[in-house]
Design a protein around this ligand. Structure first.
Ligand code: GN1
Ligand code: MG
Length: 381
């Protein structure tokens, strides 16, 4: 079976048939693998995204797909008038599953056990392709993009504020448990499986020096100061689809890591990714852009401000710095492990990503007073 036949076979399991006119791999995200497919069924053209879930990262993908089903249903009910094209809709198989598992290329029956770490098994899902949309890898210096992203993620948090979090499984245990992430890095440095630690002594030193600060939010959780909510946990601007013409946010995608968490990690992750001056792996010109952060904060609080507690609002700026340090340690750990988790496009990319994140982290720490004051001022308006 070539790639095209395989995609046709997968689509058929989701009751989608027709002649594949176009298909292409889409270079988006660091984890899953996605294809755009357009088919013609003799009458109309249909477009889908066909995605293989990375089961090295998501060890219980069936549980994760159940989370996604519950979440998309909740968001749909929260906004019944929303146009269909703005919704994320996962296709179902004959027996109502929103995924299939292939074993050596052949579809398995429902409930048959499979090993997520065995490459012979492949976990696939299919959802609607949202036309005339675009996403942003950086905000391209455009404050309006950040303001609208803030509104979109703020609204998402608000919509999920009455969702019963106990229904969700943790799709990745300890996902934003920064203390756990830092310890995992230090353990990997000690084991140094590939002898790469010598190449990043400076980065490791910097992370050790800031590890205590990195645990700030974990300590606040333990003291019961910050509420656990249902959060997105991967709030990069490339996880929002915008209308190509109007730049209205259409839909939030990549719900794989939606699970109980802290609002400030969600807030902070967009700041880390988009309110800065360089791409995720470029340390040279990497700095925080306070103006972009201000625009995001305004958008975010205009929606989420009414549900967040005072302590949560005060934790937002800290969240940006903590998650930046957390990402630095995750990228560095993956570099030391041999790049098994984050997809790379060139050999040292995970090291470069870690360096860029550390540069950004240091700049955030140097401006922490200003960041705090700005959030405080916007929240008071
Ligand atoms: C991964 O797949 P993608 O690119 O949306 C990662 C996030 C990181 C991000 C860094 C499941 O997200 O946690 O913040 O890369 N997702 C997972 O760019 O680990
Ligand atoms: Mg993701």
């Amino acid at each position: 079976m070539d790639e095209k036949e395989k995609l046709a076979y997968i689509l058929k399991q989701f009751r989608i048939e027709g002649e594949i006119l176009v298909y292409r791999w889409i270079p988006t995200g660091h984890i899953n693998t996605a294809y755009y497919v357009a088919l013609y069924n003799g009458k109309e053209m249909y477009q889908f995204l066909v995605q293989r879930v990375n089961t090295y990262v998501f060890r219980d993908p069936v549980g994760m797909m159940r989370n996604i089903e519950l979440l998309t249903e909740h968001v749909r009910k929260a906004e019944p008038s929303m146009e269909k094209r703005r919704r994320l809709h996962f296709r179902h198989t004959q027996d109502r599953r929103n995924y299939i598992v292939l074993h050596d290329g052949v579809v398995m029956g429902p409930g048959e056990p499979f090993d997520p770490l065995d490459e012979r098994y492949e976990f696939w899902r299919v959802y609607n392709y949202i036309e005339y949309s675009k996403s942003f890898e950086t905000a391209e210096g455009n404050a309006e993009v950040l303001r609208r992203s803030g509104k979109a993620f703020g609204k998402f948090l608000k919509q999920l504020s009455d969702f019963d979090a106990s229904q969700l499984m943790e799709s990745i245990p300890h996902f934003h448990d920064t203390a756990y992430r830092l310890q995992a890095l230090f353990d990997t440095v000690a084991a140094d499986p590939l002898g790469r630690a010598a190449a990043c002594g400076e980065e490791i030193r910097l992370i050790r020096e800031n590890a205590d600060f990195g645990c700030t939010l974990c300590r606040q959780i333990q003291r019961g100061e910050l509420p656990i909510r249902v959060t997105h946990n991967d709030t990069k601007t490339n996880n929002i689809l915008f209308d190509v013409d109007t730049l209205d946010p259409l839909v939030i995608i990549d719900l794989d890591t939606c699970m109980p968490g802290l609002a400030c990690y969600d807030f902070g992750d967009t700041i880390r990714f988009a309110a800065c001056t360089a791409q995720e792996d470029q340390s040279e010109n990497m700095r925080l852009d306070l103006e972009l952060m201000g625009a995001y904060t305004e958008g975010y609080l205009s929606e989420a401000g009414s549900v967040l507690t005072t302590a949560e609002i005060e934790s937002l700026a800290t969240g940006a710095a903590v998650i930046t340090l957390e990402l630095a340690s995750r990228f560095l750990m993956d570099y030391l492990m041999g790049d098994k988790y984050f997809r790379i496009e060139y050999p040292d990319q995970n090291l470069k990503r870690a360096r860029a994140q550390l540069k950004l982290f240091e700049d955030m720490m140097a401006h922490m007073d200003q960041m705090q004051a700005m959030v405080h001022e916007i929240a008071q308006r």
